[in-house]
Design a binder for this molecule. Structure first.
Ligand SMILES: [Mg+2]
Length: 397
């Protein structure tokens, strides 16, 4: 099969707010082949910044855009995905955010290969790595933002509990902004709303920067509410601070990793930062294969791999295939409060089964179908002209 088109689509809600809600807009990438097989992927990225990486004019031999690298190439099996990833990253060596932008295309390539070979992606990964190929169900944790107040947070937690969630993560918003007492009240509210027989996770949203002493104090203060982890108390690249924090052995385990835009960043967090949970966003780190490599590294280091997914079930599918076959990596970030846009992107989202678990399906490729009619109203036309040349124009979905 030959690649005939690489189309990034900018979709967004009518209004964008400054809330830390990454579902307000998105970038979908569709790759088409001459065999009539299409693949889809989603980037967790600023859509227009990433579109630039797909279409920017060549500056020199190390700044060649993703489309130029992919169009006309053959793609028939997993080895082609690896070969093309190498080519894209080599051609874009001096484009600093190339992995991040390429994530959508890399995921789309896996989707194509899975559809062609009639196999789910997790099974292709198992074959390539000679690892077990049986998928295992995951406990979905609802991923939501803290309410503005402890009381709001309590009501959010109660509602999640009533929806049947046995685990939930609360993050960002007021956490870390109004002093220790308020921080503790937020966590207490989350625990009381969810009940004592559930798991709660706390996401501090990088609020303490490099201040590992405060992060340690909070982790100790939150311990009485038994959260599964304290996530991103520090900046994504504050590796030394993470190292200092984890060396103090706080009673609440430390999680981080969603800010990893490259495999190397995740490796640094695992080998030097000392985190106990590494959270990888397949739509940021460069796609499925670098995520899978982090999973393998986590296995070697006794660190638990968890997905980071705050987009649609298209992203969730890509995330799930990466670690579906490891029964010990049993938690799944499950978008629970996304925008109307994010909820309409696929026709067949992953349901929570009667046992409260989520399992990857056996359909070929990603196993989800993009609902083009449903997302058309959110498509933002983008036209980029450079001088007299049109370097990018949205094609119709
Ligand atoms: Mg987070």
């Amino acid at each position: 099969m030959r690649i005939v088109a690489v189309d990034p689509f900018y979709l967004r809600m009518p209004e964008i707010t400054s809330a830390a809600d990454g579902t307000q807009d998105t970038l979908l990438v569709r790759i088409r082949t001459d065999a009539g097989i299409d693949g889809w992927g989603e980037c967790d990225a600023s859509p227009l910044v990433s579109i630039a990486v797909y279409c920017c004019p060549m500056s020199h031999g190390n700044i060649i855009n993703i489309r130029t690298s992919l169009i006309g190439e053959t793609v028939d099996g997993p080895d082609d995905v690896l070969r093309l990833s190498e080519k894209v990253l080599r051609n874009g060596l001096d484009i600093q955010q190339i992995q991040h932008a390429y994530s959508g295309a890399e995921i789309a390539l896996w989707d194509i290969i899975g559809k062609k070979l009639q196999k789910p992606i997790y099974s292709l990964l198992a074959e390539m790595s000679a690892t077990p190929s049986t998928p295992h169900p995951k406990l979905p944790y609802a991923s939501v933002l803290f309410g503005d107040t402890p009381e709001d947070t309590y009501h959010i937690a109660v509602a999640l509990r009533e929806q049947g969630y046995h685990a939930a993560k609360f993050g960002w918003g007021p956490m870390g902004k109004f002093g220790e007492e308020n921080d503790i009240a937020l966590v207490r509210a989350a625990r009381e709303g969810m009940g004592s027989d559930t798991q709660i996770m706390i996401d501090a949203g990088v609020v303490w920067g490099t201040d590992y002493e405060t992060a340690y104090k909070r982790a100790e203060a939150f311990a009485e509410f038994s959260p599964t982890w304290l996530e991103e108390p520090l900046a994504p690249d504050a590796i030394d601070a993470y190292s200092s924090l984890t060396a103090k052995n706080p009673r609440v385990p430390i999680a981080a990793g969603e800010g990893s835009n490259t495999y190397r960043m995740a490796e640094d967090l695992i080998t030097h930062g000392g985190v106990q949970f590494v959270q990888i966003d397949t739509g940021r780190i460069g796609g499925i294969m670098p995520s899978f490599q982090v999973r393998r590294l986590a296995e070697q280091h006794g660190v638990q791999y968890v997905n980071h997914t705050f987009k649609s079930h298209l992203s969730l599918a890509a995330a799930l295939h990466v670690f579906a076959t490891n029964p010990d990596f049993d938690l799944l970030e499950y978008p629970a409060a996304g925008s109307e846009l994010s909820q309409r992107i696929v026709k067949n989202p992953f349901p929570v089964d009667p046992d409260g678990m989520v399992c990857v399906n056996d359909l070929p490729g990603l196993g989800v179908q993009v609902d083009i009619d449903a997302i058309c109203p959110y498509l933002v036309p983008v036209n980029i002209h450079v001088g007299t040349e049109t370097v990018f124009q949205n094609t119709f979905l």
